[in-house]
Design a protein around this ligand. Structure first.
Ligand SMILES: *[C@@H]1O[C@H](CO)[C@@H](O)[C@H](O)[C@H]1NC(C)=O
Ligand SMILES: *[C@@H]1O[C@H](CO)[C@@H](O)[C@H](O)[C@H]1NC(C)=O
Ligand SMILES: *[C@@H]1O[C@H](CO)[C@@H](O)[C@H](O)[C@H]1NC(C)=O
Ligand SMILES: *[C@@H]1O[C@H](CO)[C@@H](O)[C@H](O)[C@H]1NC(C)=O
Ligand SMILES: *[C@@H]1O[C@H](CO)[C@@H](O)[C@H](O)[C@H]1NC(C)=O
Ligand SMILES: *[C@@H]1O[C@H](CO)[C@@H](O)[C@H](O)[C@H]1NC(C)=O
Ligand SMILES: *[C@@H]1O[C@H](CO)[C@@H](O)[C@H](O)[C@H]1NC(C)=O
Length: 276
């Protein structure tokens, strides 16, 4: 009984050791799922993604080098995915969260649609998240706050709606934040624009501009839309009234002139008529 337990322990120990020793050469099931699902959710009409097939997904990493276009490995795991400016379409798979060693995710300058999956919260090593210049919709997931190492959040030039999550201000490593040119609304969290700690970078208006319904510091106060509408109505009414008055005077003058002519004519006629 005791002997058996010892053997089982030994086998377990050996298998863990072997697993650790050969890890860089073995496939990683999480990365495989991540890449398989990502390749299903995106379309690549320009055929830019070389080697993106099931065979490579099963073994994407060879030590630090990768056989996959746009991927960089570290310790046998996918470490960086840089798939920017490749005319990719489709959506961002929530299964990207299975690439748990991911440090950089750059999908910028494509034609990606759909939401930013909240599942990305499981990427606890993520430092760079650049999804700028796409057609992403929906809200910014507040769950991203769980990616505590985030340095860069760049979502500029998308179609994102809703508020900027206040919690993102808790990301103490954040050094770049850009949500300009979206359709975000509501107040700008002071946790980002006027951060409490003096060592944390404060994000200025360039991070927030180009969102019609976003307001508050550091954006300049809204040149009240109500006033400009009122101004337009005023100008419209004013010019309408002016043209009305102008045409009315015109008609009056014309009437007066013809009246005088008629009177003159009548006078002439009466003048020419012989007196009886
Ligand atoms: C891994 O990379 C090295 C050097 O780039 C290469 O010589 C080797 O054949 C590769 N191994 C596999 C299994 O792809
Ligand atoms: C994006 O790709 C196109 C086509 O390959 C190229 O002309 C353009 O310079 C690239 N833009 C950037 C910013 O790399
Ligand atoms: C993809 O193909 C389109 C149309 O052929 C072309 O306009 C565009 O520049 C290409 N993009 C890249 C990144 O090569
Ligand atoms: C892979 O990602 C999906 C979607 O986020 C999640 O449901 C699943 O639990 C993940 N699997 C693993 C092994 O992490
Ligand atoms: C994100 O990617 C875009 C285009 O690929 C680049 O211009 C921009 O500088 C990147 N953002 C950051 C914060 O590095
Ligand atoms: C920014 O924070 C400082 C110090 O807490 C405060 O004095 C200042 O009024 C704040 N500015 C805005 C626009 O809230
Ligand atoms: C705003 O911040 C960016 C860097 O985040 C900087 O390049 C730019 O000059 C700043 N703009 C102003 C008006 O301070």
């Amino acid at each position: 009984m005791d002997e058996r337990r010892r053997v089982t322990k030994l086998v377990l120990f050996l298998s863990i050791l072997l697993n650790a020793a050969f890890r860089p050469c073995l496939s990683d099931p999480s990365d495989q799922a991540c890449l398989t699902e990502l390749s299903k959710s995106i379309q690549d009409p320009n055929k830019s993604l070389h080697n993106w097939n099931q065979q490579t997904f099963a073994k994407p990493c060879n030590e630090s080098t990768s056989n996959l276009q746009g991927a960089i490995c570290n310790n046998g795991r996918i470490y960086k995915l840089s798939l920017n400016n490749l005319s990719l379409r489709g959506t961002i798979s929530p299964f990207l969260s299975n690439c748990t060693n991911l440090q950089t995710l750059d999908l910028s300058s494509n034609f990606l649609t759909g939401p930013i999956p909240p599942d990305l919260q499981s990427l606890v090593n993520l430092a760079v998240l650049n999804l700028s210049s796409n057609r992403l919709e929906g809200e910014i997931p507040p769950q991203l706050t769980l990616c505590a190492y985030l340095n860069v959040i760049d979502f500029h030039d998308n179609l994102l709606t809703g508020p900027i999550p206040q919690q993102l201000g808790l990301l103490v490593r954040l050094s770049a934040f850009d949500v300009s040119n979206n359709r975000l609304s509501g107040p700008i969290p002071l946790s980002l624009s006027n951060r409490s700690s003096p060592n944390l970078p404060k994000f200025n208006a360039s991070s927030f501009e180009g969102n019609k319904d976003l307001y508050g510091f550091p954006l300049p106060p809204m040149r009240s839309k109500g006033l400009s509408i009122l101004a337009i109505v005023g100008i419209g009414l004013g010019s309408g009234l002016a043209s009305l008055i102008l045409s009315f005077t015109g008609v009056c003058i014309w009437l007066k002139v013809t009246d005088r002519k008629v009177a003159l004519e009548e006078g002439k006629i009466s003048h020419l008529m012989p007196d009886y």
